[in-house]
Design a protein around this ligand. Structure first.
Ligand code: HOZ
Length: 429
């Protein structure tokens, strides 16, 4: 397919930006070919630099839960901008955002705003180490928590897509403090706590792992994690950057009943602007400077444009009972996709929770409970599927290892069209 303007922009970008992109997975290396450049986006659709219209299931990697450029968010940013675009001085919106987070997510008693999910998880790790006086962190293979040194060990997302789950530039001495375990493996969790429990500051986990495709906690796994962490006075850091305010008003923790010590938030909370947050138990959060000895700061943290966008998005979600609607849309998407798979005579493994989904190119009867099982997906088949859909006007994330997102702007018509296109493409693979 010819995309002359995108191609010209990409060749220019490659001269000036590493890999031509500002975040690796956007470079399409997981599927081959060149990325398109976007011109504008509204609702569930985007238009590329060559004028092509696409139904979008990436949703700016999660934040666009109302769809692209929702009126309420644009209005909130516009009126906030008229009063000043950045202060670096305390202001009322910060209190309002903190109150909203603490009310909606009961495990969070105090919260601090940052500028990205990476900053949120990075700050949680430092705080957990400062609070416990211990160095070791447990993470799970395939979980991705942003590009934090301690967490770029057997990581998912772009790190996995591009074959660098253990990043260069992370000193071996630091990586040695990160213990990696297989997700959903209770024996491994028990063994590591039995051997090193009193050295473990925290276990960090993506509430629903969604950076190696999409898989779910097995019954009892998080309960065991809670029990072991309590016994050894280690903390649980729940990374809800993707799931927070997406799967439920109170995040995935509301659905699964786990009460983490610290939670990392991002994406939806910023309404499309760069926002993250981290919060948790009061006594832990009080270790942060200036009350406590753990340092963390940011010139743009609590930025008024970002917080007004985020608050407008959260309020709109609540006003519309967005979570119930997203669940219904997700169910419709699942039903149509499964029917499409059947029509195409393909037995691939479709996973969904609420408005997040993933299609693995393995048999539906093969369980996928961790990275190792997710890796069994046929990535060449995924790449053909991705390009076939893109050529026909449907944009899924350009990697087998990224989740798809629905928004409140997706219509039944979008979903039906997508299922027809997917069935046609699957039939040719
Ligand atoms: N963190 C995103 C993947 N889970 C990728 C973000 C981006 O490339 O924009």
């Amino acid at each position: 397919m010819k995309s002359p303007r995108s191609s010209a922009l990409f060749s220019e970008a490659r001269k000036l930006i590493p890999g031509g992109v500002n975040s690796p997975v956007r470079a399409f290396r997981g599927v081959g070919g060149e990325p398109f450049f976007v011109e504008r986006a509204t609702g569930s659709h985007i238009w590329d630099a060559d004028g092509r219209e696409l139904i979008d299931y990436v949703g700016t990697w999660g934040p666009a839960i109302l769809g692209h450029a929702p009126r309420v968010v644009i209005d909130a940013i516009t009126s906030a901008a008229a009063k000043g675009v950045s202060f670096g001085i305390p202001h009322a919106l910060e209190v309002e955002m903190a109150r909203t987070i603490c009310e909606w997510v009961p495990s969070i008693e105090k919260v601090r705003m940052v500028n990205s999910g990476t900053e949120a998880t990075m700050s949680c790790v430092r705080l957990a180490r400062g609070f416990t006086g211990r160095g070791k962190i447990v993470k799970f293979t395939g979980c991705y928590h942003g590009h934090v040194d301690s967490l770029l060990v057997k990581a998912g997302s772009g790190a996995l897509t591009h074959g660098t789950p253990d990043s260069a530039g992370v000193p071996a001495e630091l990586a040695a403090l990160t213990i990696t375990l297989r997700y959903n493996d209770p024996d491994a969790l028990r063994a590591v706590f039995a051997a090193q429990g009193n050295e473990i500051a925290a276990v960090i986990v993506e509430s629903v792992p969604a950076n190696a495709g999409l898989y779910f906690p097995e019954p009892g796994f998080y309960e065991l994690m809670r029990k072991l962490c309590a016994e050894h006075e280690s903390l649980i850091i729940f990374d809800e950057v993707m799931t927070g305010f997406r799967l439920a008003r109170g995040g995935y923790q509301q659905l699964c009943g786990l009460k983490p010590d610290l939670t990392a938030l991002g994406k939806v909370i910023g309404g499309g602007l760069p926002v993250g947050a981290f919060g948790g138990r009061r006594e832990i959060m009080d270790q942060l400077s200036p009350d406590g000895p753990v340092y963390q700061a940011g010139t743009l943290s609590g930025n008024p444009l970002a917080l007004s966008a985020g608050l407008a998005q959260l309020r709109e979600l609540e006003r519309l009972d967005g979570w119930a609607k997203l669940d219904a849309l997700g169910a419709e998407f699942e039903e149509r996709t499964r029917a499409g798979l059947k029509r195409a005579g393909r037995d691939y493994n479709f996973r969904r929770i609420g408005s997040m989904f993933c299609l693995y190119f393995t048999s539906a009867s093969t369980p996928i409970r961790n990275l190792e099982e997710a890796m069994l997906s046929d990535k060449a088949a995924f790449a053909k599927f991705f390009h076939g859909c893109l050529e026909r006007g449907v944009y899924f994330a350009p990697s087998q290892f990224e989740a798809g997102f629905l928004s409140l702007a997706h219509t039944s018509e979008d979903i039906a069209r997508t299922a027809d296109i997917a069935a046609e493409v699957l039939g040719k693979i």
